[in-house]
Design a protein around this ligand. Structure first.
Ligand code: TRP
Length: 430
């Protein structure tokens, strides 16, 4: 459940729909599915193998399994990546809180229709409000991590995740039945391969890693807490399956509405927040649905954000023998500053940019498309070539207690030794 909680989050509801919009719809989704099945799933299994075998945080795990080598740098890179991801993730989490407040104060009503799109850009271009909301999101995340109420939040999430799932379906049904939604459905399900470029592949690949929390040590860290008799294959397959269904339904909720309300699918990171208010305003009991939706969105975001921070916290605690509270405090200070810079870069202080992208966009782009992809290549090469088939077999079969057919082992091993590294590298280079 914790793993599913980590996977399902803003990646599904916020990032996936905006990428689908930007990269041409159906063709992107098909490529995304291919990436999940053939690349992301084997990579997830590989991280599982490392974490459960070593039973340690992302850096120590490599030190234990390959002592005296430089492999531990993969873990170091993971922790740096975690910090960059969290910096923009908590800004978006903050937007979620702001929208929850708006939903509670009944802002998403038909009378307000004209101003929804402007409201979002005015809000994010403001200096103070989005920063404050980001800090609230950060405080919630670290509060959960430091108070050790993770178990509590996970129990709560167990109830709220199905609620979120049902709500997203309800919203999708509403969106699809809007007049003019047809064009959105075509966009989602009729592939137009003429718009596909190497960028589409990179974006789909990066998103599959982002959505499944791969390539930076989250899965290594979480699986280090997993029991020896847990089926690694079952956990990975369920998580990927559920996460993907979630993303596609989120796409069905957002994209048809984008077309029905005459918005632009190319909007970028604001797409979810610009579109949702129109849907809520147009549906019966819209305000109630909005409140429930943003509460569950916030929970989904929190169960993901704690898994991002945990990568760094676990390292500080286990490696430097630091108290949990101190490790969390240290991370918070860094994240508060970085997140603030990301938020300001979206409008209030546009000078905070590099290579022609705002800091927010840069972190969003570089983590998924460069850092996590490199991290993933290192992970599969490590498991495929350094740990080798014997360890793979031990871990996948729980030391022989589960029956794993030979063809599964051989295929997995072939995928992670040759296909994944070559395909991921090729996509990155092109
Ligand atoms: N997968 C989460 C989401 O979809 C975000 C996330 C959690 C993540 N842990 C991660 C992304 C590790 C990359 C790496 O919202």
């Amino acid at each position: 459940m914790a793993l599913a909680g980590s996977a399902v989050g803003l990646g599904n509801l916020w990032r996936f729909p905006y990428l689908v919009g930007q990269h041409g719809g159906a063709a992107f989704i098909l490529i995304y599915l291919g990436c999940v099945i053939f690349l992301a799933l084997p990579i997830m299994l590989s991280e599982f193998i490392i974490g459960r075998k070593a039973q340690a945080n992302a850096i120590t795990a490599f030190k234990k399994l390959a002592p005296g080598t430089g492999w531990y740098l993969t873990g170091v890179m993971g922790i740096l990546t975690a910090i960059l991801i969290f910096s923009f993730y908590s800004v978006v989490g903050g937007w979620g809180i702001k929208y929850l407040v708006d939903a509670c104060t009944l802002k998403f009503v038909p009378q307000a229709q004209d101003s929804f799109a402007d409201a979002f850009s005015n809000f994010t271009a403001d200096a103070a409000a989005p920063v404050v909301y980001h800090l609230i999101f950060l405080a919630l995340t670290v509060g959960i991590v430091v108070l050790g109420v993770k178990k509590g939040i996970e129990k709560f999430a167990k109830i709220m995740m199905p609620v979120l799932f049902v709500l997203v379906i309800v919203i999708a049904v509403r969106a699809i039945s809007l007049p003019g939604a047809r064009a959105g459905l075509d966009y989602l399900f009729k592939p137009d391969f003429s718009k596909v470029s190497s960028k589409t592949f990179l974006a789909a690949l990066g998103q599959s890693f982002f959505s499944l929390s791969l390539g930076m040590g989250t899965i290594i860290t979480y699986s280090s807490y997993a029991k020896r008799d847990e089926s690694v294959i079952r956990d990975s397959v369920y998580t990927s399956f559920f996460d993907t269904i979630f993303a596609i339904i989120a796409g069905c909720a957002i994209i048809p509405a984008v077309f029905a309300f005459g918005l632009s699918p190319h909007e970028g990171p604001g797409l979810l927040f610009v579109t949702l208010p129109y849907i809520f305003a147009s549906m019966p009991l819209g305000s109630a649905a909005a409140i429930l939706f943003f509460i569950s969105l916030l929970l989904a975001a929190l169960t993901s954000s704690i898994s991002i921070i945990e990568v760094a916290v676990a390292f500080f605690v286990e490696h430097f023998n630091m108290k949990r509270g101190k490790a969390v405090a240290l991370c918070s200070v860094v994240l508060a500053v970085m997140g603030t810079l990301c938020s300001l870069s979206l409008g209030a202080v546009p000078q905070i940019s590099l290579f022609g992208k705002s800091l927010f966009d840069l972190f969003d782009y570089v983590t998924s498309n460069v850092l996590m992809t490199i991290g993933s290549i290192l992970v599969v090469v490590f498991v495929g070539w350094k740990l080798g088939k014997k360890v793979i077999k031990e871990e996948l079969s729980n030391n022989g207690t589960l029956h794993i057919p030979d063809w599964v082992l051989n295929m997995f091993s072939f995928l992670i030794r040759y296909v994944s590294p070559a395909a991921v590298l090729a996509i990155m280079i092109f």
